[in-house]
Structure formats: C-alpha cells, structure tokens
Write a protein that binds this ligand. Structure first.
Ligand SMILES: [Fe+2]
Ligand SMILES: [Fe+2]
Length: 170
C-alpha cells in the first residue's frame, strides 16, 4: 500500500446492479460502471469552471471511489485472473499501475488543493487512470470474459458482492 491510508467505508458507494436486487450481477459490467463514475468525477475535478473551494470535497469522493474499486480488484478479481495464462501479465502490470495511482493520490492528499501544482498532479493522475481503465476494459476484462466459465464468473460476482457487504459493514 506504500503508506496510503484507507478511507473509511461509506454506504453511498454501494448500489444495486441488477433487477434482482443483488449488488453485482456481472463482475466486469460492475467494474465498468465504476470506471464511468470515476471518469465523471475526474472530469468534474479538472473542469475549468470548478471553483477551487469545491476541489477538496470532490477529491475525497474520488478517493473513496478509487480505494474501494482498487481494493475489490486487488483482493477479489486480480488474484483469479493472475492465475490464468491469458491475463497473467496484464494483471501484474495492473497491480503496478494501481501502485502508481495510489502514490499520486497520497501525494495529492498532502498538498494544498488550491494550487497549480495540485492541478498538474491531478491531471497526471487522471491520465494514469484513463490509461489503466482502457487496458482493463479493452484487454484484461475482454480476455477474462471468455477465459472464465459461466460458473467461475458467477462465483466471482458472489465474492465481489460479499466484499462490498463487508466493506460497508453489513
Ligand atoms: Fe484497476
Ligand atoms: Fe478498474
């Protein structure tokens, strides 16, 4: 974790993902929805119109989302995909990309929000995340979707759901 402290869990991170009321129906679609949410927070944060005093609040929201997302991938999904030959190397790279993102996030929490330097670092964070998300969606998830059997995907969905429940302390 490189000294990055985990934010306390917040309930608003958890949402229903299917009509049946389960949180995770398809593991990859769930994470892709998360990516959209993270992307939209990053767009809001880097928008020129955003007032500097709003940065802190939005940044904390981003940090919460990223922490939960990365933990769920690292603890639940990546270990399974790392064992498959088709996704082994991509997963190892993804762990390293997470490491860089966490480092940047940590640095951002230690700097004043209202400076040009903060915004420059945030822009680099955004670029790193966009690159990582692109690799997950167009390479890792794509390969994993065909490499895993239906029952393996189902088991993964259950594990992700349990992880979420534990995260929010249900
Ligand atoms: Fe990731
Ligand atoms: Fe992801």
């Amino acid at each position: 974790m490189g000294g990055v402290s985990l934010m306390p869990p917040i309930k608003k991170n958890v949402r229903s993902d299917s009509k049946k009321g389960t949180l995770v129906s398809d593991p990859f679609s769930y994470l892709e929805k998360d990516h959209k949410k993270i992307g939209s927070l990053l767009n809001k944060l880097t928008a020129k119109a955003l007032k500097k005093e709003k940065r802190g609040e939005l940044f904390l929201e981003l940090q919460d989302e990223l922490t939960l997302h990365a933990e769920m991938e690292e603890k639940i999904m990546y270990p399974i995909l790392e064992r498959l030959s088709r996704t082994h190397t991509i997963v190892q790279e993804a762990f390293e990309e997470h490491h860089v993102v966490k480092h940047l996030l940590n640095e951002l929490t230690l700097m004043p929000f209202d400076t040009e330097e903060w915004m420059a670092k945030l822009t680099v964070l955004k670029e790193n995340i966009e690159h990582h998300v692109e690799e997950e969606e167009s390479d890792m998830f794509k390969k994993a979707r065909t490499a895993l059997s239906a029952s393996e995907k189902e088991a993964l969905a259950v594990d992700m759901e349990n992880f979420l429940m534990e995260w929010v302390g249900v």
